[in-house]
Write a protein that binds this ligand. Structure first.
Ligand code: FES
Length: 138
């Protein structure tokens, strides 16, 4: 199997949800944590994704104004940072669909038209593959 991909989700993102309801912080877990749980459940329910994607909770990725934020990365592949996510069924579907096409793409660069529209419009960064001369195992 090709290298496993990692989907990092900022579990501390909350600004978009707070904008909609300023009282929210007092009573609810961060929107990023909800997104993380929803994506984990969606990936676990998809037998085609078994063993292909590891999901990690991370803290702030310095893109709070574009929250919720997630990043996709894998060895020898492009890396993406995506924002404007939330735990709604639509956004969870978009993120998981993008992660699937990322896993399938040899270089981690899914065709533009294969990317969900929300992902196309809210990609914060596309980073080039990590330089092999800086890798521990090369
Ligand atoms: S808290 Fe999520 S990017 Fe800053």
């Amino acid at each position: 199997m090709k290298n496993k991909a990692i989907l990092q989700i900022c579990s501390t993102c909350n600004s978009a949800a707070v904008k909609q309801n300023p009282e929210r912080l007092e009573t609810e877990s961060p929107e990023g944590e909800k997104l993380l749980c929803a994506v984990q459940a969606a990936v676990e329910a998809d037998p085609g994704m078994e063993g292909k994607l590891s999901i990690q909770a991370v803290r702030c990725m310095s893109s709070c104004k574009r929250s919720c934020v997630a990043a996709l990365l894998a060895k020898d592949k492009y890396q993406f940072v995506v924002g404007e996510l939330d735990s709604s069924a639509e956004r969870v579907y978009d993120l998981v669909a993008f992660a699937k096409s990322y896993v399938e793409a040899e270089d981690g660069l899914p065709q533009w038209r294969e990317r969900p529209q929300h992902i196309r419009k809210n990609t914060i960064a596309r980073l080039h593959p990590f330089p092999s001369e800086l890798s521990n195992d090369s």
